[in-house]
Write a protein that binds this ligand. Structure first.
Ligand SMILES: [Zn+2]
Length: 160
């Protein structure tokens, strides 16, 4: 008995189904192929990705906004400080406890402290209150300027 040959649509559906199962059964095979493709077509892949992102900008932003809004506040906080400073909330909480909830400069206690990081190297230096964190920023993160500011304040106090 001769089988009826498949229509092009049926053939495509059959192949898609076969590929779906093969992919599920051998994820490493597809990951390796993807890696090989990326290695030889890096510029193309990046260009196409950029093109996609630009042409779907609104949709991507909306999707991110919806996903972000569905997170619980703790999850959002974790994501934000990891993205901005590269530390987890666990690390933040440990630092906060270690500092007894006090700013490392003025020593005032606060419910929440800013994460101070080096703008050049990117690493986290410590937790500061908002005023001190902004203060050192206004002093261009420069110890020389901060020292001169301290001397200035001391001298002016004496002169009074
Ligand atoms: Zn402070």
């Amino acid at each position: 008995m001769r089988k009826r040959s498949l229509t092009p649509e049926e053939r495509n559906a059959y192949r898609a189904e076969w590929r779906r199962r093969d992919r599920a059964a051998h994820p490493e095979k597809y990951a390796a192929a993807k890696k090989r493709h990326y290695a030889t077509h890096r510029a193309d892949v990046l260009a196409r990705s950029k093109e996609y992102q630009e042409s779907h900008r609104d949709r991507i932003i909306e999707r991110k906004r919806v996903r972000y809004a569905s997170w619980d506040p703790e999850e959002r906080r974790n994501y934000t400080i990891m993205r901005l400073y590269g530390i987890s909330t666990t690390t933040y909480d440990a630092m906060y406890t270690l500092q007894n909830g006090r700013c490392l400069i003025c020593e005032e206690a606060h419910d929440q402290l800013d994460i101070d990081h080096c703008h050049k190297a990117g690493h986290v230096r410590g937790l500061l209150c908002g005023k001190c964190n902004r203060g050192i920023g206004f002093m261009r993160d420069d110890p020389r300027i901060a020292t001169r500011a301290a001397a200035y304040l001391s001298n002016r106090k004496l002169a009074k």
